[in-house]
Design a protein around this ligand. Sequence first.
Ligand SMILES: Cc1ncc(COP(=O)(O)O)c(C=O)c1O
Length: 237
Amino acid sequence: MGRPDRSSDTCALPVTLPMLLDEAGEQCKPKAIFISNPSNPAGHVQSRKSIQEVIQFAAAEGLLLLVDEVYQDYVIQDGVEFISYKKILFEMGPVYSDTVQLASFHSISSLGECGLRAGFMELVNIDPNVMHFVDTMLCTDISTSVMGQLALDLMVKPPKPGDSSYHTYTQERQVEAGTLYCDQLMLEQAVLIGSGSSHGPFAGKSHFRLCILVSSDVLEEALSRIQKFHQSLVSAI
Ligand SMILES: Cc1ncc(COP(=O)(O)O)c(C=O)c1O
């Protein structure tokens, strides 16, 4: 259980990617790189420079970039911002923006609506034959329910000031105490727990939810970190 350092590019993708490609090359001919940014579960957010280097690497090796950007609204550290691969790809000019193949993904599940099963992908520089497949087969085969499509539409076009649901929307987006507690625990002690509010409408009752996926010795360490964090919080109040 290490402490994730979100202040720098510690995941050092540009350094590890060539090694990973070499390793994979012993068993297959890699065609694509899959990246989750911000990453789940560590929460690392790639910097502009790191993304540029990954794009350059993909260009040099002729690899398709598959980028999962589902957690783009969950950047909690001051001074760190999410920047999409597509934005940076287009800033890098035609040498890259006209050639590097990119598929980026977003999903409504990151807003707590996993059950609606709706998401989208954006494709850039994909072969016309593949696009034909996407436009015809995928669109007719895997259309999600109307409810899912409506929710997705709301995610990309949220209520604006003046709209009748704007007030409710902004209230529900506000971070409540339980969520702040979980974020701070993650930052200080590198223990990931879920805020109770994301599992039920228990307004005013700040609580959290533990999902235990570790061995008993790691659990003891996790519980002692939670205790340390909680005690220092209570003594500071
Ligand atoms: C990295 C990552 N991407 C995407 C998702 C969401 O997937 P879906 O939209 O299929 O629910 C998750 C959910 O846990 C995830 O961890």
